[in-house]
Design a protein around this ligand. Structure first.
Ligand SMILES: [Zn+2]
Length: 362
């Protein structure tokens, strides 16, 4: 029989073969079948290890035994503020009276087009990222921007977008209501950003859940006075927290209360808690693409000279002949996903092979 693989799938398997896990693809298929039937052994990702990101080299201070307070500010209800948080500094957002939700935007200080991507953060750390999670920027840069150093409150949300003026008008008829979108726009204005630059918020002190029917919901929270979240910058960033403007919903238990924000140079112990970060060649900027210029003209017009240059195309496929012994063929019959592939043994075998590969290479 044959297994049909794209050149990219083949490349993945070839790395396993180079690393000595099997002699060739058919041999790897046999290994996949036998391990799928039994116990999948965990293996390191084959291939060269990525380089470590030397983010500590960007520190503008020498860390000591204690943190050094650099900025402090009380965010009053209806407001937010942009804070420059340099690499190695800790942004701390804390409750004054308790139960107050905050929204957060994060931009790279030296290139604002690199901004926090809540979607990627959610994918990597779940819908409620907590202590030990990173805040990631969007592709193509896709770098860890900040690290959740300490999060005893454990009430962070990535499901809900910022509340907005139109939301309060459509739901409740308000012509004007405190809202996170406008607060972010006003706070970001201090650095020349526009309302269109406000991005999806990372929500602090916000209790949410996914219901069985797939709907998402904000629920009551209980956050005591003094509860805090500490987020350490891994590059120079502009961090913009605001007091969520929602006083007619459960988000902050029907109240609007202040929040305290501080920025401190991290202590050496804080920095030691950050796990290694990696540099990948695919973490790029627009300069690495065919269109590196950031547009200022708003109206979109077709480029008549455009010729598509999609990377790694055309996608090619290859049929690889696999001889299965009677016992391996029996394993395939047992583990084939008939619900997905019916009688198509080749598709079932490819699924087993790639599922095994992904599962066994941590
Ligand atoms: Zn809000």
């Amino acid at each position: 029989m044959y297994v049909t693989l794209t050149s990219q799938q083949r490349e993945l398997l070839d790395r396993s073969i180079l690393a000595g896990e099997a002699r060739d693809v058919p041999d790897l298929v046999r290994l996949a079948l036998r391990e799928t039937a039994g116990f999948v052994i965990s293996r390191p990702l084959p291939g060269p290890a990525p380089a470590e990101r030397a983010w500590r080299d960007e520190l503008a201070f020498t860390p000591g035994d204690e943190r050094v307070l650099r900025q402090e500010h009380r965010l009053l209800p209806g407001t937010g503020k942009a804070f420059e948080v340099r690499a190695g500094q800790v942004l701390r957002v804390s409750q004054v009276d308790g139960d107050q939700c905050a929204d957060l935007n994060v931009f790279a200080l030296h290139d604002y087009r690199e901004a926090m991507h809540v979607g990627r953060t959610r994918t990597l750390h779940g819908i409620h990222p907590g202590e030990g999670a990173f805040l990631w920027s969007a592709p193509p840069r896709e770098r860890a921007m900040m690290f959740l150093l300490s999060d005893p409150a454990g009430l962070n949300d990535t499901l809900f977008p910022r509340c907005s003026a139109a939301m309060y008008e459509s739901l409740f008829g308000f012509e004007d209501h405190t809202n996170c979108a406008d607060m972010q726009a006003e706070a970001q204005r201090e650095y020349g950003l526009t309302p269109d630059d406000v991005h999806d918020s990372f929500n602090l002190f916000m209790a949410t859940r996914v219901n069985e029917d797939g709907s998402i919901e904000v629920v009551h929270q209980h956050t005591p006075s003094g509860a805090f979240v500490e987020i350490l910058a891994l590059m120079d960033v502009l961090a913009v927290p605001n007091v969520c403007g929602n006083d007619i919903f459960r988000t902050s238990n029907y109240s609007l209360r202040p929040l305290d924000v501080t920025v401190s140079d991290a202590a050496a112990d804080d920095l030691a808690r950050v796990p290694p970060l990696w540099v990948h060649r695919s973490q790029r900027t627009p300069a690495d693409f065919a269109q590196p210029r950031i547009r200022t003209e708003r109206r979109l017009e077709r480029d008549l000279a455009y010729e598509p240059r999609f990377p790694r195309t055309p996608v090619t496929v290859e049929d690889i002949e696999i001889d299965l012994s009677d016992s391996d063929a029996a394993l395939l019959r047992t583990h084939a996903r008939r619900d997905l592939y019916g009688d198509d043994d080749e598709a079932a075998l490819r699924d087993i092979l790639l599922s095994w590969w992904v599962q066994s290479h941590a």
